[in-house]
Write a protein that binds this ligand. Structure first.
Ligand SMILES: [Zn+2]
Length: 317
């Protein structure tokens, strides 16, 4: 009997362990499926998390001496809204774009890289949905010097959401009009984007209009008022431009005008010897699958970097 118990006990323990493991595996699978399906449905509607972190960085990341030259710096520090999907997709897009144009690439969320010495290592800076007060005064001034002395800048979506309002040069010279809100119900919508500057190198090969799926920003004015050149606008008759969230001052009607010229969403500027393009598109990763938008970003890249010629259209002589 004693021997029997000695034999049975390990068997029961093994069975129990086996069942427990099976149970655990089952629970994991069930939760995995639930979490996965939630994530899938959220793709259409999720609003990104607010990250309340107003810290500035003091120690720059080490840029390897092996980094290829010329090089792109992609910066995605967020002290406010973090566009998780949009940031990841834009990072990947610019890795591919850099490869295509034989550039190196360095991605970081560390704002301390904005110092005179490190910025010299880069030929293009992309603000990939950088939001909030991400740079110290000194870091901001380093970037201003770098850009006006012949740098190249591309700003994506959240980088123009007015959350960097304490940096006056950035808001009024680089971005221009103030972001006032975006529709929330429905949030992401398909709308018609219209080419406003067919002769501009950034819009070369881009059709007169195309449909895009995104979160559509509205602004308190047009970029022309700030000396910026509108390149594309959105046709408000093709989506619902209404916001119903209390914390936004522009709650309600977000329409800027019946003509796409009255509602620009992509624009450019020559700043000193530097060039800049801002695009309000890119809330979601889906826009980076769009061949037309990819072409537009390629064009923006070759224009801001002056690969297509220092005398190319788009800057006053
Ligand atoms: Zn967004």
């Amino acid at each position: 009997m004693k021997n029997m118990r000695l034999l049975v006990k390990p068997l029961v323990t093994r069975l129990l362990k086996g069942n427990l493991l099976s149970l655990l595996a089952l629970v994991t699978v069930v939760f995995g499926v639930v979490a996965c399906s939630e994530k899938t449905t959220q793709l259409e509607t999720t609003k990104t998390k607010v990250v309340e972190n107003h810290l500035h960085d003091n120690t720059p990341p080490k840029v390897s001496k092996w980094t290829k030259s010329p090089t792109v710096l992609v910066f995605s520090k967020t002290n406010e809204w973090r566009h998780n999907e949009g940031i990841a997709a834009a990072d990947l897009h610019f890795v591919r774009l850099a490869q295509k144009f034989n550039y190196g690439i360095f991605t970081t969320t560390n704002g301390a890289i904005f110092n005179d010495l490190d910025l010299k290592k880069f030929d293009v800076v992309v603000f990939n949905n950088a939001t909030g007060d991400v740079l110290s005064k000194e870091q901001e001034q380093s970037f201003e010097r770098w850009l006006t002395n012949g740098g190249a800048w591309i700003g994506l979506h959240g980088s123009g959401d007015h959350s960097q309002k304490d940096w006056q040069w950035y808001q009024s010279t680089l971005i221009g009009p103030k972001f006032i809100g975006h529709p929330n119900n429905p949030h992401l919508q398909e709308a018609k984007v219209v080419n406003l500057a067919a002769e501009h190198p950034v819009m070369k090969g881009i059709p007169a209009s195309w449909m895009a799926f995104d979160e559509w920003y509205s602004f308190d004015g047009v970029p022309q008022s700030y000396g910026l050149t509108p390149l594309a606008g959105v046709d408000e008759s093709t989506y619902v431009a209404v916001l119903n969230i209390d914390e936004f001052p522009a709650k309600g009607d977000l329409r800027m005008g019946s003509k796409p010229e009255q509602h620009p969403i992509i624009w450019s500027k020559c700043i000193g010897k530097g060039r800049a393009v801002y695009s309000a598109l890119g809330h979601h990763d889906r826009v980076y699958d769009d061949k037309i938008y990819s072409q537009l970003l390629d064009n923006a890249f070759t224009w801001v970097t002056q690969i297509n010629g220092a005398n190319s259209l788009g800057c006053e002589k």
